[in-house]
Design a protein around this ligand. Structure first.
Ligand code: ATP
Ligand code: MG
Length: 417
């Protein structure tokens, strides 16, 4: 599944990179091509202007250095015969066939002669007499071999560069794809695991309900009272499914980054005290002493309903995993810029192996998996952690087997006036 995505990603990346590289290379080449030719042409035009306006009767390049002499001049008679050319030895006799000025007046063209490239400007000049002939057409011939060689070289470099870039982009693409896909793959696996666990958790109570309902059909004449045990068990499982589905829904919504937190100022000390009062009779029934050290005047900016849920999850665990004659302490105090809430019990504790996983979804310590103690699902603490973190808080736990467990929560407080 991820292989195909990777291949797709790499080919897309490589293609885009290659196209950009090609466009870049071609633009540079075109720019250089235009630039070289236009500077040659303006040079030629400049020299032609000099001949026309200064009415130079003699060949103008004689006051140029040898190394600057890239332009040759060809003087043509009106009849179409070559009268003179300079510098001497610039061409062979056979070359002149290529330079016929007919039909090229005022135009610039490129001519290849035996492997050399020339840019030729043909201009009409005011008539002069040379070697007893009327000369009215001059050709300026510019040897553009260096420019052509440079452009060729450049094209080659761009070509090799593109191929090199293509190979490089494949490697970079593969590297990036691997890097980018790791977290996606991980969260995908986590999500699949979550769905598998959820289905598994749902299947058990559902099959229990089904069995019980089938049992009811076996004795259709019995009254509800006679079957109350079966009905009660089914109802209990229905409640479990209900709770589970609600928790799953909430976790799914937290995963999709929905806005689930409704911030409001509320008296958090008051809330905790209320929960304390609710749990006290239950603790009494189990012969557990519930002690509170709550600063009742504390206020907090947070989601009251979610925080209620958080404290119920923790207290429910403390009660569930603490034996009779145990003790549970709830404390809530202000500490500098934090509100610190501690829920501590003298219960069965959590083994060191379990501690790192205790906030994972569906995680229950080995001994609880048999569900002799509780009908829990193992989602409670993962929801608790999410609620704490949604309030930018921290939850930590200390625990020792058979000694007790202590959950500490720290919420940062923003001062308000
Ligand atoms: N106070 C505690 N003392 C000892 N073990 C605890 C305590 N709190 C949690 N645990 C361990 O952590 C596990 C996960 O707790 P969690 O609340 O997430 O699930 P649960 O209580 O099993 O099920 P439920 O979803 O119904 O709360 C529990 O199964 C238990 O083994
Ligand atoms: Mg629990």
């Amino acid at each position: 599944m991820f292989r195909r995505t990777k291949i797709k990603f790499v080919s897309m990346y490589t293609l885009v990179f290659f196209v950009i590289l090609c466009i870049f290379g071609i633009s540079i080449y075109l720019f250089m091509y235009k630039y070289s030719y236009s500077s040659i042409d303006s040079n030629l035009n400049q020299k032609a202007e000099n001949i026309i306006h200064n009415e130079q009767k003699e060949i103008p390049e004689e006051n140029e250095r040898e190394s600057e002499r890239r332009v040759s001049y060809l003087y043509w008679a009106s009849s179409g015969k070559l009268v003179k050319y300079a510098p001497e030895k610039a061409f062979f006799k056979r070359d002149f066939a290529y330079f016929s000025p007919k039909n090229h007046k005022g135009k610039i063209r490129t001519q290849m002669i035996e492997g050399h490239s020339y840019r030729i400007l043909t201009v009409k000049i005011p008539e002069i007499i040379l070697h007893n002939r009327h000369v009215s057409i001059v050709q300026l011939v510019y040897n553009i071999d260096p420019e052509v060689a440079m452009l060729k070289m450049m094209l080659m470099m761009i070509g090799f560069g593109s191929i090199f870039g293509l190979l490089l982009s494949i490697f970079v693409g593969l590297f990036l794809a691997n890097k980018a896909l790791i977290p996606i793959q991980r969260s995908w696996e986590k999500q699949s695991q979550f769905v598998a666990d959820a289905s598994h958790e749902l299947r058990t109570p559902l099959s229990v309900i089904q069995t019980h309902l089938e049992l009811l059909f076996r004795h259709p004449t019995k009254t509800i009272e006679q079957e109350s045990e079966t009905i009660y068990k089914s109802l209990k499982e229905v409640k479990r499914v209900n709770k589970l589905v609600e928790e799953l829904l909430m976790l799914a919504r937290t995963d999709s980054n929905e806005q689930l937190i409704n911030l409001r100022h509320f008296p958090i000390g008051h809330l905790l005290n209320e929960i304390y009062e609710q749990f006290e009779p239950i603790a009494n029934l189990k012969d557990i002493s519930l002690v509170e050290k709550i600063d009742k005047g504390l206020h907090f900016l947070g989601d009251q309903e979610r925080l209620h849920q958080l404290f119920v999850i923790l207290l429910d665990n403390a009660l569930k995993y603490t034996a009779p004659q145990g003790k549970i302490i709830i404390s809530c105090q202000r500490e500098l810029n934090f509100i610190k809430i501690i829920i501590e019990d003298t219960g069965m504790g959590i083994s060191e192996i379990d501690i790192p996983h205790i906030f994972d979804r569906f995680y229950r310590s080995e001994k609880d998996r048999s569900r002799t103690i509780s009908g829990g699902t193992g989602l409670g603490l993962s929801i608790a952690k999410w609620i704490v973190e949604a309030h930018h808080g921290h939850i930590t736990l200390e625990s020792k087997l058979n000694v007790g467990t202590k959950f500490s929560i720290k919420f940062p407080v923003k001062e308000h006036h």
